[in-house]
Design a protein around this ligand. Structure first.
Ligand SMILES: [Fe+2]
Length: 501
C-alpha cells in the first residue's frame, strides 16, 4: 500500500477520552491520507467503476459541555474503483466552522445537545440557529461534483469526488437559498440531472421546496406552509412529483417560545405527507393523512396508476423514555434503533380519492435503506438496509429486502465489526436491478482496522467478494453514496483520476 499524508488537523480532544461516541468504532481521525496499491483479499470486479463516498461526523474538539455524535466535523472518505484497482482518500470538509475552530483552537458553537443561548458564537447556521454547519450528514453527487450536507440545514459544500478537495460552497449561479440553507438529503435524479431539496426553519412558512437543474440553476423554489416549526429529515420523489412531510414529532411550541428546543412525539396528531408536482407551486400541494409516526429515511417513491407509492422506515416507538439512566443513556436512546424500532413500510397515496393506505413490509428493525439509484423515482424491487446493535448508533449487518416477494437476505459483519451505509453500485452494462455490487466500509475494533467490502448485490448472504484494507481504522458515521464514474466530472478523460498520489 502506498500512503501519502495529505493533512493533519489540530485537535484538542482529551488523550484519555471516554465519550462513547468518540471511542471504539466512533474513534475520530485527525490525519488525512491518500492511498493506492491497496491490499486486496479476493478480487475487485473489473466492471465496478466509480467512487464510494461516505461522510462521517469526526470531531477534533470537545463540545462546550455535552458532545452529541451529530456535532462532529464532516470528514469524507472515498474508495474509488477502476479496472480492478482501488484508491482511498479521506479529507475534512473545509467548512467555515471547521476553519474558524482550527484557527481558534477550540469549540466556537454549542452542539445539538447544548443550550444555544450559551453558545460562544451567537451567529451560525441550522434550523435552530447558532450552530456550526458541520456538513457532516450526507454526501450526494450532482453535476459531476460531490455535495456534503448538514441535517439541520446549511450550505452545500462542493468536493471533488476523486481528490476530496473542498471546492467551495454551492451557489447555484446566485440562487442558493442562503437564508434557510438546504437540509440533509437533497435527491438527485440521474435521468434528468435535477437535484430536489427542501429546507426548514422556525419561521413561517417553516419549509421550502426547490429544484436545481443540470446547469446548477435554481429553477423551482416554493413555500411549503406548515402549522408550525417541524423537524423533517428526508424527502422522496417520483418521475413527476416530490413528496415532503409534516410528521408529529417537533419542538414543543411553549418551550420554543422560551428559547428551549425540546422535541416530542405527538401520538394524537396524524402524519401528513405532501405531494407536489416536481415543478409545481404552493397551490398545487396535496396533503395526505397517515398513521402517526416519525420517518427518518425513505427508500424510494414511484407512480403506479392513481397512486403514489412511498416506501420508508416507520418508527413504531418514536418517543423512547426520557427519564432514568445516565445523561448519555437518556440522550442516546433517541438514536438507538432498538428503541425506535423502524420497520420497512409502504404508503399508497391515492391521487383520485385523497386517501392513504399503508402496510408494514418487514418485521425486522432496519434503517438507512439504499436502492439502485438508476431506479430512484421509478418502481424498485430491492432495498439494502442496515441492522443495529442494541443501544448503539452503529450498523452491525445488512439486509436485502425484496419488496415483491417479501424475501430478506441477511449478512452480519461479525462481533466488533461495524459497516457504513451500504451503497448499491450497478455494474458497467448492468442488465437488472440487482446486477451490481454493494459497497461498504467497516470499522473493526477487534483488529483495529478498516476494510472496504464489496458484495455481489444478487447474493448478499454469500458475503463479500473482495475486502480492501484501508490505511487507518475509519470512524463510524451516517450517510454515503455511489458516484458512478460516468457521472463524475473529468473521470472519462483522466484514467488516473484519484489514483495519482
Ligand atoms: Fe439521514
Amino acid at each position: 500500500m502506498d500512503i501519502e499524508v495529505l493533512g493533519r488537523a489540530l485537535t484538542t480532544l482529551p488523550a484519555d477520552d471516554d465519550h462513547p461516541y468518540r471511542t471504539g468504532p466512533w474513534r475520530p481521525q485527525q490525519v488525512e491520507r491518500g492511498a493506492v496499491d491497496l491490499e486486496v483479499t479476493g478480487e475487485i470486479p473489473a466492471d465496478l467503476e466509480g467512487v464510494y463516498l461516505r461522510n462521517t461526523e469526526n470531531p477534533v474538539h470537545p463540545a462546550v459541555e455535552i458532545y452529541h455524535p451529530f456535532d462532529g466535523d464532516g470528514m469524507v472518505h472515498a474508495v474509488g474503483f477502476r479496472d480492478g484497482k482501488a484508491f482511498y482518500r479521506n479529507r475534512f470538509v473545509r467548512t467555515d466552522g471547521f476553519v474558524a475552530e482550527q484557527e481558534a483552537g477550540g469549540p466556537l458553537w454549542a452542539g445539538i445537545a447544548e443550550d444555544p443561548r450559551r453558545s460562544p458564537t451567537q451567529t451560525g447556521w441550522g434550523a435552530r440557529g447558532r450552530m456550526k454547519d458541520a456538513s457532516s450528514t450526507d454526501v450526494v453527487l450532482h453535476n459531476g461534483v460531490a455535495l456534503t450536507s448538514f441535517y439541520q440545514c446549511g450550505d452545500l459544500y462542493r468536493l471533488s469526488p476523486t481528490t476530496l478537495e473542498t471546492l467551495g460552497k454551492a451557489t447555484w449561479n446566485g440562487g442558493f437559498p442562503s437564508n434557510a440553507g438546504v437540509s440533509a438529503h437533497p435527491k438527485y435524479d440521474e435521468r434528468t440531472g435535477e437535484l430536489m431539496f427542501f429546507n426548514y426553519s422556525t419561521e413561517a412558512p417553516y419549509m421550502h421546496y426547490g429544484v436545481v437543474d443540470g446547469q446548477d440553476n435554481l429553477v423551482t423554489y416554493v413555500d411549503v406552509p406548515l402549522p408550525g416549526p417541524r423537524l423533517p429529515h428526508d424527502m422522496a420523489f417520483t418521475e413527476n412529483y416530490a413528496i415532503l412531510n409534516d410528521l408529529p414529532l417537533f419542538w414543543m411550541p411553549e418551550a420554543l417560545a422560551q428559547g428551549k428546543y425540546i422535541a416530542k412525539f405527538q401520538p394524537d396528531i396524524p402524519t401528513r405527507l405532501a405531494v407536489i408536482p416536481r415543478h409545481g407551486t404552493t397551490a398545487d400541494i396535496r396533503w395526505f393523512e397517515a398513521d402517526p409516526t416519525y420517518v427518518l429515511h425513505w427508500t424510494n417513491a414511484y407512480e403506479q396508476g392513481d397512486e403514489i407509492v412511498l416506501e420508508g422506515f416507520f418508527q413504531t416507538n418514536p418517543q423512547p423514555p426520557s427519564g432514568g439512566g445516565t445523561l448519555y443513556q437518556r440522550m442516546f436512546r433517541f438514536i438507538d434503533n432498538d428503541q425506535l424500532r423502524p420497520r420497512l413500510h409502504r404508503w399508497r397515496l391515492n391521487m383520485k380519492t385523497g386517501l392513504c393506505k399503508e402496510e408494514r413490509l418487514s418485521e425486522l428493525t432496519t434503517e438507512f435503506g439504499m436502492i439502485n439509484q438508476e431506479y430512484a423515482g421509478r418502481p424498485h424491487r430491492y432495498s439494502y438496509a442496515a441492522t443495529s446493535p442494541v443501544g448503539w448508533f452503529l450498523f452491525d449487518g445488512l439486509v436485502k429486502h425484496d419488496s415483491l416477494t417479501g424475501a430478506e437476505e441477511h449478512y452480519r459483519f461479525g462481533d466488533g465489526v461495524f459497516g457504513s451505509e451500504t451503497a448499491m453500485a450497478p455494474r458497467i452494462g448492468s442488465k437488472s436491478e440487482d446486477d451490481g455490487y454493494l459497497v461498504t466500509i467497516t470499522s473493526d475494533v477487534n483488529r483495529d482496522l478498516s476494510e472496504c467490502l464489496i458484495f455481489d448485490a444478487a447474493d448478499v448472504s454469500a458475503g463479500p467478494v473482495a475486502r480492501i484494507r484501508l490505511p487507518e481504522r475509519v470512524s463510524s458515521g451516517t450517510h454515503s453514496t455511489w458516484a458512478p464514474g460516468a457521472l463524475i466530472t473529468g473521470w472519462e478523460n483522466d484514467p488516473t483520476a484519484g489514483f495519482a498520489l
